[in-house]
Ligand binder design. Structure first.
Ligand code: PLP
Length: 435
């Protein structure tokens, strides 16, 4: 495979941007080699600067549920762009998109648009602190909520100890306002509340974590979090930036909370809600949300929030994400997850296929010890097996996520040709992982 252009472009990029990228995982740091510089994408296919075409399993990390450059989304964007790129004033489309979100997730009584998932979780945390007048936030190890200082925190020495900075540049004082607990561990949650209960503003959790590989919540875990929070006067923030409108029409909550009859206080959305352009949102209970400026004392704002072109992409995407789309995404996820497991099994590679609805990833652990349920186990896997698997796929024209700790994203545009390209590439890739 000729990668001359990507190599030259990477060298040029490194001369002007740290690591040559705008977001770290794109640099191929954990798999090595030259990141492919992409030039175009359509449906399930993505083409690099050298003209190599790949079946895409990244989907821009989630937004592309309809596939790349869906004609209806592109048309909506073109139409909106021709009318002006940004107004800094309200538009009818923001209300339309907010109503579409509310129709799918009735817990969203009020919604505020922002531009990134990070902004959404940051706003949710500030809101929770503003509403409860409490300082602490509980998060779970291995859950990612964006790069806000307070959530770039690492677990302290014990379950109920305050966290340490998880990145240079995060102060100890800020990290100490976060408690980092093991995922899926209700005892740890109870213990943290027993020690700090009257100071905890919120628990934030990925609705179904997919940033330590896919690690689904144990049955009843999210509902129990909701119950513990209610008991202690803290808010539950369900981060659906990744799962929202991907796991199903109502996101992960639609698969779980809707069935079980409970609602989080706040939800955050991103990725699919913007259809590939920068739209994200925080929503939830009216009395909580109305603490936001201009109605309430919690400040939040954004020059490009609710941008008319971006909301056009989001609205067109949600309008086309119907039952048939979710059914196709599910069928494709089943086919590839099964193919991956079969290939790894045939190559003798110990693994667990981690599934949360249509999200999946492979973890290189001993399946006899059960699936991965927390970050400690996710980190204990044979990480070294992923780079050869990844590079074998890439050479065969399959663009998988360049880290074992990411989910594999499929779309409704993954037709038989794309699925077959992936299924045919998996056996050799699994043999590479076995070596
Ligand atoms: N929350 C979750 C669950 C995510 O997966 C991400 C990004 O991957 C974020 C928040 C942050 O979103 P963004 O990258 O748009 O800031």
């Amino acid at each position: 495979m000729d990668t001359t252009r990507s190599e030259a472009l990477f060298a040029a990029a490194q001369g002007v941007m740290p690591g040559g990228v705008s977001s770290p995982v794109r640099a191929f740091g954990s798999v090595g080699g030259t990141p492919r510089f992409m030039a175009s994408a359509r449906g399930p296919w993505i083409t690099d600067a050298d003209g190599n075409e790949y079946a895409d399993l990244v989907g821009s990390w989630g937004p592309a549920i309809l596939g790349h450059a869906h004609p209806a989304v592109v048309a909506a964007v073109q139409e909106a762009a021709a009318l002006g790129l940004t107004f800094g004033a309200p538009t009818a489309r923001e209300t339309e998109l907010a109503l579409e979100v509310q129709r799918r997730v009735p817990a969203v009584e009020r919604l505020r648009f922002v531009s990134t998932g990070t902004e959404a979780t940051m706003t949710a945390i500030r809101l929770a602190r503003g509403v409860t007048a409490r300082p602490l936030v509980v998060k779970f190890a291995g859950c990612y909520h964006g790069h806000l200082d307070g959530l770039l925190a690492a677990a302290g020495s014990g379950v109920a100890t305050l966290a340490l900075p998880g990145s240079a540049g995060v102060t100890e004082a800020v990290a100490a306002e976060t408690l980092v607990l093991p995922y899926n561990d209700l005892t740890a949650v109870e213990e943290a509340f027993a020690t700090h209960g009257d100071r905890i503003a919120a628990v934030i959790t990925e609705a179904a974590p997919a940033n330590m590989g896919v690690v689904p919540p144990l049955p009843g875990f999210n509902r129990a979090l909701h119950e513990v929070c209610s008991r202690h006067g803290a808010l539950l923030v369900m981060d659906e930036v990744l799962t929202g409108f991907r796991a199903g029409p109502g996101g992960w909550w639609g698969l779980e909370g809707a069935e079980e009859g409970w609602e989080p206080d706040l939800l955050t959305f991103g990725k699919v809600v913007g259809g590939g352009l920068p739209v994200a949102a925080v929503g939830g209970r009216r009395e909580v949300m109305e603490h936001l400026a201009p109605l309430g004392p919690v400040y939040q704002a954004g020059t490009l929030s609710g941008n008319p072109v971006a909301t056009a992409a989001g609205l067109a995407t949600l309008q086309h994400a119907d039952a048939a789309v979710y059914a196709r995404v599910s069928t494709v996820a089943d086919a590839i997850a099964t193919g991956l497991s079969d290939a790894l099994g045939a190559a003798g590679v110990a693994h667990s296929i981690q599934r949360a609805g249509t999200l999946f990833s492979a973890a290189f652990v001993d399946p006899a010890e059960g699936p991965v349920t927390d970050y400690t186990r996710a980190q204990s896997q044979d990480v070294f097996r992923y780079a050869p698997l990844f590079h074998s796929l890439l050479e065969q024209g399959v663009h998988a996520p360049p880290s074992v700790f990411e989910a594999w994203f499929v779309s409704a545009a993954h037709d038989d040709a794309a699925v077959n390209r992936i299924l045919e590439a998996l056996p050799a890739a699994a043999r590479a992982a076995a070596a």
